[in-house]
Design a protein around this ligand. Structure first.
Ligand code: SF4
Length: 77
């Protein structure tokens, strides 16, 4: 967070109420030097709300589902 592009911004920007707000936050995240670390933090901590690492809540749920599915496939082989 110390190195995030959002560090001096209003946190409300990253907790939008609509799709336009999500896109605004994602544009900021797209230029953030710690985007990957931010996303992994949100995934590891199951952060449900807001835009983290350039992803919406729905996108993080999808990533978690894909990772779970990949782990299941690996363990089945
Ligand atoms: S990726 Fe987005 S939410 Fe995460 S630190 Fe960077 S600007 Fe902030």
């Amino acid at each position: 967070m110390e190195h995030g592009k959002c560090r001096h911004m209003d946190p409300a920007v990253f907790f939008p109420n609509d799709g336009i707000g999500v896109q605004v936050a994602q544009r900021i995240c797209a230029e953030c030097p710690v985007r990957s670390a931010c996303l992994e933090y949100a995934l590891a901590n199951r952060v449900d709300h807001g835009v983290w690492g350039g992803t919406s809540e729905r996108e993080r749920r999808r990533i978690l589902r894909q990772r779970r599915s990949a782990r299941v496939q690996l363990s089945a082989n």
